[in-house]
Each structure stands twice: as structure tokens, then as C-alpha cells.
Design a protein around this ligand. Sequence first.
Ligand code: AMP
Ligand code: ZN
Length: 666
Amino acid sequence: MIIEEQINQLREELRQHNYNYYVLDTPVISDYDFDIKLKELQRLEENYPEYYDPNSPTLRVGGAVTKNFETVIHDHRMYSLDNSYSKEDLLDWEKRIKKMVDGEVSYTCELKYDGASISLTYEEGLLVRAVTRGDGIQGDDVTTNIKTIKSVPLKLKGNFPAKFDIRGEIVLPYEGFAKMNSERIAAGEEPYMNPRNTASGSLKLQDSSEVAKRPLDCLLYNITGDRLGISTQFESLKMARAWGFKVPTESKQVNSIDEVLAYVTYWDSHRHNLPYETDGVVIKVNNIQQQEELGFTAKAPRWAMAYKFKAEQVFTHLYKITYQVGRTGAITPVANLEPVLLAGTTVKRASLHNADQIAKLDIREGDTVFVEKGGEIIPKIIGVDFQKRNQDSQPTQYITQCPECSAQLIRKEGEAQHYCPNYKGCPPQIIGRIQHYISRKAMDIEGLGGETVALLVNEKLIINYADLYELKKEEVIPLERMAEKSADNLIMGIEKSKEIPFERVLFALGIRYVGETVAKKLAKHYKTIDAIINATEEELVNVDEIGITIAQSVKEFFASEENRKLIYRLKNYGVQLEVSADKLANQTDTLKGQTFVVSGVFEKVSRNELKKMIEDNAGKVSSSISSKTSFVIAGANMGPSKLDKANKLAIPIISEDDFLAKIAQK
Ligand code: AMP
Ligand code: ZN
């Protein structure tokens, strides 16, 4: 098969699998097989740049960085929607409509997805542009970022118009949002407040590979264009679905306002089962010709109306404001409430976020407060009933000392949160760090749970994670809820943690901003803890994907005498503080200073293995040939353009065997 055909076929296949997975939610091949195919396509595209396609599935991983998003004027203005809150509002709207159009009116009811709106332009079935709503007249071109969202089709199927815009909402489903937050918390970072803001913030990230990592979704609801020959809104949704777009199937065609209300009532109570946030229902006149007759006001279409779900709200009593201290020392004020039923759950506590929030709401102990569960998953306090406030109530004085250790709190310039700086002596910080150390993604110590850690600390048996390795069975047995067997398990679990690979140990140390991914990067690059300790800030920043904040935090961590002592002890107990000998055995300096370009298909080892071998032996891998290239390792089907270039620059071309022989010499 000729290469071009092979490339096109792979692109087609991958597109279909993407569609099955992200739009239909019914994958037909394993993730592993998908990856193999994707890698194969990447390899071909790399070797045959002449077949570049801006809409290739390989571009989903992002990589392009945008410094300034270009402003684009919308071909068709992006309007807002009028809101209604009652049956009367809807009946008034119906009356206005019926005065302006002839004949029966039917409606399409859709859910109102709560995210960031986007306009996608397709020409000849290809995504050519994605623009944010902006002020409705012009928005920002965020095409590179949008292309990384897997449910946005880059190429359409079926019988689509030559040119049209389609509008939709970029949302961040709950599940992915929760996952992102648990990763942030594990890395000692502040969690995001709500999915909507996180989704809309994602669109303007400069690094598209960051966007690619976020589990965003795109839900479409409106086709716009000239003379598209579509007769109803409901039908247009079906068509969009057939072209490959993700169009939720909850929409419904109805014939009366009563039916609209039944739809609203149903979804008001069932929306919590949907995978993403919704904040209402959008009702649209179904017939497109009637829509055209109705037209637009200055701000919104006359043919559509939003009906906002009421955020569920209740009044309750604020007993007391308490303050929590996290493992990084961050202070969070918490409202302790008289228990009250809200959106199906009993609410007893709500976060007050920080000192500014308390001041803004002028909230005080003893107040009657308004609690709401709207978009946010966590209930929030939105206001105070000042009428009910006690005469002698006093403004809340935010604490100045840590509630747990009495240290003077600090607040860094530009940060909303107060911190307890008593890193060494503050119990929740001490306990939190050890809990993080033993957690599943870190050292995964079986037989030891968070509560036991607190118990061990409170009983003064341990004060840091290194102390775990000195614990004796006899010390543990007398603890509450401990027995011979559980004590054995605990000691065994701790012993086993000595086998946990370096990268996870590095994550377990609890360095702020060093999450799982960063830990992996650092471990791979430096290989030993000592190398990381000795690295300068500039060196750290030069490691792929390590920014200044992370570099500073790493330096700060190891600058502490205390922390270096801990590391020293861990090392002595046998915890893995360097990449294992097995892995290192294959590593040499043989190829130091040499740059390789790998091209073609190999017999004995895969392309990725080859690259790894080069890196393990201190060589560099580059994707394109230049005068700096030392060798080209050529397999079967090496790209003709590469061959040409290598010859022109007189770069030695070696075979797989030559290369293997080269590193065998070590
Ligand atoms: P608002 O921002 O409250 O003026 O509401 C208008 C916005 O609702 C539009 O800009 C869309 O982004 C969004 N929206 C969400 N779901 C839909 C839908 N099914 N139909 C139309 N607009 C929707
Ligand atoms: Zn403290």
C-alpha cells in the first residue's frame, strides 16, 4: 500500500475510534490498541511530513503554545438568551410569539448546559475555526485548544453542508473535575472551585497540551448558516448528531407550554444524575421558518427562552466558624451549621473559603444564613438575613493564630489564604504529611490508614514519615483497635514500602506542587535524590515541564536541614531514593554529546525502545535532521525526504544492528 493511503486509512480508523469512545461512549477497541495505532500514525507523519493534515487525530495531544489569542468577528452574532422563571413568564412569551407568526407552534426543549459557549466553523467537513463567545460580536480564536477536546469532530461524516457554524458549550463533567481536584490536592495545591469556571478558564490556556490533559467535553445545540435547508430545530439536532457531533439526547419536541413545564419539572429533580452541570432548560420554537419570522431583539432571539432551575436554597443557623489546617498549612474557615436538608443531602458544614469571603458577606456566628446548592458541588453560604441578626452581635475577627498550634499566621502578598508557618510543630500538618506519604498513589502502605496515623502521632510514636520505619510491633499493639494481626500487617506494609520505586517516593515526600507527573519527570531526569538536591533553580527550570514555581518549591524543600535529615534516614532504612539498579544497569554515558534521529521501522526493537536506549546512554533524540545530528538510525521504509537531507548534510546513516553494537561496547 502506498504510504499516503496508509496514513489516510489510519487517520480514518482513529477518527472512528475517537467518535465511538468520546461521542457514543461505546469504545470497540482497547485503549492499548488505540495507542498502538496512534503511535504508528505519529511515526508515519513524522517520516512523511509531506502528508501533513491540520485535522489529524495525532494533533489531539496538543503542543502548540498561543501567547495571544487572535480576535475574530463572528459571521453570525452569538446572542444571549432571555430568562423566565414561572409558568406566567412562559405563557407571556407564547402570547408574544403567536402574535407574530401564523399557525401552530411546537417547541424543542433542551437542557441548558453550564459551561463556556463556543462557535465552531466547518468548511468542507473540516473544523477550521473555534471562537469563544466574547461579547457576542467578536471572540477569541481558540482553535488549537479546542482541537484537543476529543468529542469535537475534526472531520465530519455523512451529508453535511459545505459551510456552517455550530454552537455549543464546553463543559467539564463532574467525574473528570473530581479527578483533577484530587490530583491537585495530592500535589498540595488548592482545588478548583467549580466545573464551569474551570472549563472556561481552560479555553484560554496558552499551552494546548495542558488543555489536552483536561477531560473537557463539547455539547452542541445550534447550527447556524445560510440556506441550510433544515426545517426544525429538533431535526437539526439529529442531523448534527449524524455528522459526528456530541448532541445530548435528553432534548424533546413538545406542543404546549404545559409540556414544557413537565420537562422542566422532570429535569429539575433528575439533573443531578447527568454527568455534567446544567442550570436550566432552553425552549426553542421548533420551526426554523417561524424562527426566522420572529428574529432577534438587540440581545437575544425572540424564538428562544431559558428557564433557569432555581438553585436550591435554605435558611439555617450558623453555630460557629471553625478553622481547618491542611497538610500544607493552608487555613480554611468552615461554617458549622444547624443541619438542614438541601438538594437531597443533609448539610452541616459549608466552606467559607478565606478571610475576604467572610468580610464580604459580613458573616457572624449566630447569624441566620442563606445556603445554596447551585452549580457548585459543595454547598455555599450566599448571604445573611440581617433582620434576624442579634443586636449585640460583633463582626467576625479572623484568627491571627493557628487554631492547632498557636503559631502566628502569615498571608503572602497576593494570596487569599492564610498559612500556618509552623511546618515542624503543627499537628494537622505533621499528620497530613504522613497521611499523604502512606496514601495509595504514594507509598501505598497497606495495613495503615489515615486514622491510625493520627493515633500514632497523638501517642507520640511518630512525628514524621521516617519514624514509621522505626515502629515496633510491641509499640503498636496497645493502640486502640489494634490486635496482634493488624499490628503485624502494619509493620509488614511499612517494610514492603521500601520496594516502592523512586518516582513515587519523590511524590510521597509531599513537596508542594510536586504531584505525580512532576515527580516522574524529576526522577527520570535526575535519577537520584542527591542529583535533585544539588540541582540549581535554573537547572530545574530547564527540565521539561518544570516551571519556576515548582523549581522554587523543590529548592525550598531541600534547603531545610530537617528535610535533608529525613531523606538521609529514609536512605538508611532502604527506601528507594534513586532509580533502581535494574533500570540503571542499562544506563551509561556512551552516547554523551551525540544526537540521533530515528527513522523507519525496526526489527529487533521498537522505535520507542530505541529512543529510550539512546536516552539511557546519555544520547539525545531529535525528530528532524540538521547539521547537529550525529547519526541517523535508519530502519525499513525510511522517509525519502529524510534520506535526502541526511545525504545532503553528509550525516552517517547507521542500521539498527550498528546501533546495538555501538552501545554493546560499553
Ligand atoms: P446566558 O449566559 O444566561 O445569557 O445564557 C445563554 C447561554 O446559554 C448561551 O450563550 C449558551 O452558551 C448557553 N446554552 C447552554 N445550553 C444551551 C442550549 N441548549 N441552547 C442554547 N444555549 C445554551
Ligand atoms: Zn499550626
